[in-house]
Write a protein that binds this ligand. Structure first.
Ligand code: AMP
Length: 391
């Protein structure tokens, strides 16, 4: 019988899952991937096999899958029928925020759950969904070991100076720090870079609907653009990125926005969507002739380019630039626009390799090498789970 690891990634209205078969010599093979989307609104389950072929596509009534626990019941029921010859040995969860203390994945125990509940106010829009999935899994299979893998963990090794805000120091001690996110993606990218590159100074651009950059030196996160929350840094699909805090005061005090309106503005109505007035999807903007679509793209590229300069300064230079995630992996046009702004750093861009979807998209003599590498956060979680459970 083959053994397997289940990976769960819970969002506000979705529950993504992947099954990894444990092969010999510690290798992992993704055999099933799927998600329940529209939890509580228009729930449906889509599942694919390791080759991307569809297994099933089921739609339910809203009341049939009103929460994560019900979604998980459907997933485990499906897996029971599909995994006949495989045995689940553990579950790895993506947990967005690990607070100041968790700098590595860990086995979930009742004591850990209490600590994770205490951290929840640091990530009120994300962690509750992650914890809901853990609790539902504990109910479904109480003896199956579960592992929490944090998006913040990779950045906890940064120097204190990189984690500070200029607020009174007591705030830092009470957890108001730069945490950074997308850590599982950065860790995965660092693990697949050619060895000679990974030992140098690397800037990774994880640009998808959420977007951030990370400076990685000798495999260690040195600085990143997201900070206390996933709102900071670059322009994103619907998030504004870095903002003068005075704007928030003005909106509250002079424009009379409620806290809920402000939260919606910052998380859901800004970014590419807010600037263009058309869409949060880069594909739609690239296809559009509207001047505001162009403006949104220009600002996106400008912000990434400026932050590349900032992260290069944090490392005292840069040897490699890596593009990943939805936009980074799929848009040659955006990669080219960003690279054209980075010639001053020593990027000699190879437009033909970029159009062809090659992994290395800089010319042979480019001082800074440029890469396009698909990320795989699920595989990173499966690797951590395997290691932590000694499988
Ligand atoms: P992610 O959050 O990493 O899944 O990225 C999702 C985003 O990637 C989408 O919202 C699109 O804006 C973007 N994207 C996906 N495919 C393309 C493409 N071919 N060209 C430009 N953007 C793309």
């Amino acid at each position: 019988m083959e053994n397997a690891i289940l990976v769960l990634n819970a969002g506000s209205s979705s529950l993504k899952f992947s099954v990894f078969n444990l092969l010999s010599e510690g290798r992992l093979r993704q055999s099933i991937t799927g998600q329940v989307e529209g939890i509580g609104t228009a729930p449906h389950l889509k599942v694919k096999d390791g080759n991307g072929q569809n297994f099933i596509d089921v739609h339910w009534q809203t009341t049939e899958v009103a929460n994560h626990a019900q979604a998980l019941q459907h997933i485990t029921h499906f897996l029971h029928t599909k995994l006949q010859h495989r045995q689940l040995l553990g579950v790895g969860h993506r947990v967005v925020h690990g607070g100041p203390d968790y700098s590595a994945p860990l086995l979930i125990t009742p004591a850990v759950m209490i600590k994770l509940d205490i951290i929840t106010p640091l990530a009120p829009l994300h962690n509750p969904h992650n914890l809901a999935a853990i609790r539902a899994m504990m109910q479904e299979s109480p003896v199956l070991p579960q592992v929490a893998c944090f998006d913040t963990a990779f950045h906890r090794q940064q120097d204190t100076v990189a984690k500070l805000f200029g607020l009174p120091y007591e705030y830092y001690e009470h957890g108001v720090q730069r945490y950074g996110f997308h850590g599982l993606s950065y860790e995965y990218i660092a693990s697949v870079l050619p060895a000679e590159i990974s030992m140098g100074r690397v800037i990774v651009a994880h640009i998808g609907s959420g977007a951030s950059l990370c400076a990685i030196h000798k495999g260690r996160s040195v600085a990143t653009t997201m900070s206390f929350t996933a709102l900071d840094g670059l322009l994103m699909g619907t998030r504004a990125g870095s903002l003068d805090p005075g704007v928030i005061l003005y909106l509250l005090q002079q424009q009379g926005l409620s806290l809920k309106q402000l939260e919606d503005l910052l998380y859901k109505q800004s970014g590419l969507l807010g600037l263009s007035g058309i869409s949060n999807d880069m594909r739609v903007l690239l296809d559009s002739d509207e001047p505001r679509a162009r403006l949104a793209i220009d600002y996106f590229v400008y912000r990434v380019s400026r932050e590349i300069g900032s992260l290069a300064a944090a490392m005292g230079g840069v040897d490699a630039l890596v593009f990943t995630a939805g936009i980074g992996e799929n848009s040659p046009q955006i990669r080219q626009l960003i690279c054209e702004q980075a010639t001053w750093l020593g990027v000699d861009f190879d437009a033909a390799a970029n159009q062809a979807g090659a992994a290395c998209i800089s010319r042979a003599d480019s001082r800074v090498t440029v890469w396009m590498l698909p990320t795989n956060e699920e595989l990173m979680i499966a690797r951590h789970t395997r290691t932590l459970l000694g499988l």
